[in-house]
Every structure is written in C-alpha cells, then in structure tokens.
Design a protein around this ligand. Structure first.
Ligand SMILES: [Zn+2]
Length: 378
C-alpha cells in the first residue's frame, strides 16, 4: 500500500485543499516541499481554514456574524438613504443557508480571533520556554472566549434600543444571547481573555495619554470621573473594545507596533458626553465583567470546583491564596504537570462549589487627588 508520503505532490495538493483541519494541513505540508512553497501554502491554507470554519460554527461565531451583518445592513441603508427620514433595518437572525453562503467572511472573523488566540498563548507561555504548545481543546476554548467577548463589543444597543441592564432583550436577539450562556468554567476563561485584552490596551496608556489628554481634558475628567486612574486603566480599554471591535483593536495594536498612535484620538470621549450606551462611567467600567457574570450558568459552579486549580490547601474559594481562577483555560493534564491538584473537598459529594468573583475589587477612590498617583486606592 502506498503511504501518504509516497503520493505524487499533485495529489497531495488535491488532498490538502479538501482538508478541514489546519492542524492536518500543517502535518501534510511538512511531507511535501511543493506544498511548503509560499505560492501553494498561503492559498491552500486559506481554503482549509474556510473548510474548518464550516465545521466550527459555534453559537459564539453565529451570534457574532449576526450582529455584524445587521450593523453592516444598517450602515448600507444610512449611506444610500441619506436624509430620507428614519427607515430602519429590523434585526433578523440569519438562516443556516445564509450563514453557510458567507463562509469566507466568517472565516475572516475567525482569522482575527485566531490572531488574538496566538498572542494570548504567547503571552501566557512567555515564562515557560520549552512548554508543549497549546492543545486543540485549549485553542478552541480561547477562540470561543474571544468570540463571545467580540459579540458583546459589537452589540448595537442604540440600533436595537435596549441596554444590557434592561430585562427585555429584543426577542429577535434571544436565541443569540442564549447561545452565549456558558459553564462557570467557560465564564472564567472569558474573564482570563478579557483581562488579557484589557492589559494589552492599558499598556498603551502612555501613548494615548501623551496624544490625547490636554490639561483641559484632564480637568474635565476630574469633574466627571470618580477615579481617573481607574478610568484610564479600565474605562478607556473597555471603550476601545466597544468602539473598535476585535478587528479594530488588532489594527490598533499592530499599528502601534509600527508607531502610528494617531488613530486613537477620536475614540476617547468620556461616556457622559455621548448619547449612547454606556451612559456613564460605572456602566463602562463594569460592562464586560457583568456580561461575563450574567452569561454564566450558576448550576455548573460545582464542576469548576472539580478542576485541578489548587496548589496548596483545599479551601474552595477564589479568595484563597495560591489559587488563580484565570488558569482554567489550560487542560487538566497540563495543570497537573505544573503541580496543581484537585480539591479534595469536592469529591463525590459534589456539594462544595467555588465562590465566584468577577475580579473587580470595589473601588473607593474619589477623584484621585493629589498628584494622580492613585492605584484605585485599593
Ligand atoms: Zn483614583
């Protein structure tokens, strides 16, 4: 019998283009020099990623595609209908056929998500050289978390005329929002991913401070913000996420590497100056953590308690020293290798859960005066 290695390259090319797994494609491409040539590699890899997308249409991806589609319909209407009154597009979830026919666009969204997933793992493995690369389950966990966050970044409250606090979500959105409900464990993964995004954006603070904050702007902030430091560290990153979406944030981060910080200027108005959600700073600060919290299925809390997240002691509490809820995105096998243990108190009784904390400590700062050395005065 002929092995894969012995097949002529033309046949390998044919096989490669029909694969629906990027991992399989990479394995195959390593067996054939012609496949490794840039000309074939790029276009076939793109095709495989698209095939793969068809099999990975998660609820998160479908929800994201739907709100993006709705927004672009609305923008088209605005452009073609300028000054002709207030016609609106009603939100309507896309059918399966419509979704499948837009596969290459959806693959484009996945490509952006995957860029962030790669950054996320590089960041989290930076102090562990030689560690095994992320597994497929770890990768898809992070992909899904980025995708859910992206959905919340893109939700057009002004167009749909509701706010996340209101109990009456528009009925058409119900299915999408339900699809984002997740286990406590997945909610903790979303929290890790959100913290990562925020830290990437907060790291640019010096850049936007120097380009955007005149003495007058800081004076205005001091009047409206209960804590300027918190506003800069949490509020501004949240605002960038909500205004730019994940694709916009990717552009921002890559532009910054190329030293083009000027793109930032228009997005930094304090929420109280705009007539759109979020209406005030508190809503802006807590937006993502409260969405993560509200999407969490509380009945799965105990399952999280069964993960090997404990390095010492067995007290099932987020507040216990030595436990970091933000590591739940790793597989159990890897965590065990790093010395984490299962919590012996859970066992078969399964009654002991994990206290959930959204990671935001209560803030007590009042306007940060003097000298702006505030660290939220925690
Ligand atoms: Zn402060």
């Amino acid at each position: 019998m002929t092995t894969l290695n012995e097949l002529p390259c033309e046949i390998k090319l044919e096989i490669a283009a029909n694969l629906d797994s990027t991992a399989d494609f990479i394995a195959l491409s390593q067996t054939c020099s012609e496949l490794r040539s840039i000309k074939h590699y790029k276009s076939i890899r793109r095709k495989v990623f698209e095939n793969e997308t068809k099999h990975r249409l998660t609820p998160e991806l479908i929800a994201l595609w739907n709100v993006r589609h709705f927004k672009s319909q609305h923008e088209t209407l605005q452009r073609t209908n300028q000054g002709l009154g207030t016609s609106r597009v009603e939100f309507q979830a896309q059918t399966d056929e419509q979704i499948i026919s837009n596969l290459s666009d959806i693959a484009g969204l996945r490509r952006v998500i995957r860029w962030f997933t790669v950054q996320f793992f590089e960041y989290n493995l930076r102090e562990r050289p030689g560690e095994d690369p992320p597994t497929a389950t770890e990768i898809s966990r992070i992909d899904n978390a980025f995708c859910a966050l992206w959905f919340w970044m893109e939700t057009p409250y002004d167009l749909l005329r509701f706010t996340p606090q209101s109990s009456d979500t528009p009925r058409q959105l119900d299915n999408l929002v339900m699809g984002l409900t997740c286990s406590t464990s997945d909610a903790a993964v979303r929290l890790s991913v959100y913290s990562f995004l925020r830290s990437q954006l907060a790291a640019m603070k010096q850049v936007y401070q120097s380009t955007n904050f005149s003495p007058e702007a800081v004076g205005y902030l001091a009047q409206v913000s209960p804590c300027i430091t918190r506003y800069l560290n949490i509020g501004v990153p949240n605002m960038l996420l909500m205004k730019l979406g994940l694709d916009g944030v990717k552009k921002l981060l890559t532009d910054l590497e190329k030293q083009h910080p000027c793109q930032l200027a228009p997005v930094l108005a304090h929420p109280t100056t705009e007539e759109r959600y979020p209406y005030d700073e508190e809503q802006l600060i807590t937006y993502f953590t409260s969405m993560i919290n509200s999407s969490r299925d509380s009945s799965t809390t105990t399952a999280l308690g069964r993960r090997p997240l404990w390095k010492n002691g067995h007290n099932p509490s987020w507040s216990q020293a030595g436990i970091d809820p933000k590591i739940v995105f790793w597989d159990d096998a890897r965590l065990r290798r790093w010395g984490y243990n299962y919590n012996v108190n859970v066992g078969n009784r399964g009654m002991i859960g994990v206290l959930w904390g959204a990671g935001e400590k209560r803030q007590h700062c009042l306007k940060c005066l003097p000298e702006w050395q505030c660290s939220y005065q925690m």
